[in-house]
Design a protein around this ligand. Sequence first.
Ligand SMILES: NC(=O)c1ccc[n+]([C@@H]2O[C@H](COP(=O)([O-])OP(=O)(O)OC[C@H]3O[C@@H](n4cnc5c(N)ncnc54)[C@H](O)[C@@H]3O)[C@@H](O)[C@H]2O)c1
Ligand SMILES: O=C(O)C[C@H](O)C(=O)O
Length: 337
Amino acid sequence: MFSRIVRPTLNTARKFSTSQQNNYRVTVCGAAGGIGQPLSLLLKLNPLVTELNCYDIAPFTPGVACDLSHIETASKVKGFAGQESLKDALSNAEVVVIPAGVPRKPGMTRDDLFGSNANVVKTIFECATEACPDAIFCIITNPVNSCVPIACEVMKKANKLNPRRIFGVSTLDIVRANTFVGEMCGVNPKEMNVPVIGGHSGITIVPLFSRATPKVSIPKDKLDALTKRVQEAGTEVVKAKVGHGSATLSMAYAGARFANSIMRGLKGESNVIECCYVQSDVTEAAYFSNPVLLGKAGLEKNLGIGEINAYEKDLVSKALPELKKEIAKGVDWVKSQ
Ligand SMILES: NC(=O)c1ccc[n+]([C@@H]2O[C@H](COP(=O)([O-])OP(=O)(O)OC[C@H]3O[C@@H](n4cnc5c(N)ncnc54)[C@H](O)[C@@H]3O)[C@@H](O)[C@H]2O)c1
Ligand SMILES: O=C(O)C[C@H](O)C(=O)O
């Protein structure tokens, strides 16, 4: 009686599978913000997501969820506004992505956000110890170098710490390094892979151009400027936005890429590797970012720093004291609470 509707193949949304088997319940904390909204959009488009919970203290968060829910992908979206709904938003989550908190204004360092954002992270993790202690947590909130130690200390206090499941998202540093070096060397940035190790602030960000694939040759006189550009790229955006926040769209892309890798690892896909900031014994810093193998456990294997040249060793030695200071600040703050 009814003729079959043939959908045009050019509709890109149709390229996503609607199969929802073994896929994941994801909660975004800070979902109404500059990062949270486009990140939630990208997660709504990801066929690995079955349920998407959008949580924020902003009262219009259910509106963001309503808006997303009209998109023709199979995942279910729910909105949660206000701290009293945090537990429901986190309940049964398998992956929690956290871009909640205040962004920088020109003239501020990421560490200047500690006073506002430490408490945001603490509150979310205190609730998570009850609501979803076994989830995988992806922390975007700055200062990442201190917020990941805060999260781990809160979980430790509650006897629920599994450091293989708590990640600081430094993916944007890798995305930037790929873009900048690709542009410089005439390679499609999509083909580039530059590991970036250390932490996520200023000199703690250490790009390893010697380990770039495909191999690139960067003239000696350009290496310092390129390294500094990656280290200061966040500030470049903060200045360009003239008081209207920091990177949001590139961060949403980077956060969605990282969450996708986490879910591919959970699904059992082999060889899923990302640089990310985790509890670590690779260096004298108790948390450090470098390539890790992702899998069903979250962090399956820390792949360490690998071979680096003298220039990069010098960058790491300059990064470590700053990184250790920012880590201690987070750890001590939780202990003092
Ligand atoms: N890791 C990275 O590479 C990276 C990159 C860019 C930005 N960031 C950081 O991400 C954070 C968010 O940036 P943004 O540009 O989206 O800021 P934003 O102000 O646009 O959005 C933040 C959102 O968090 C919400 N929020 C605040 N306190 C909260 C709480 N206690 N619980 C839940 N939600 C809360 C706000 O209501 C807002 O909607 C900042 O700390 C920023 O520095 C990190
Ligand atoms: O620079 C910031 O404050 C935001 C973020 O950490 C970034 O690198 O863009």
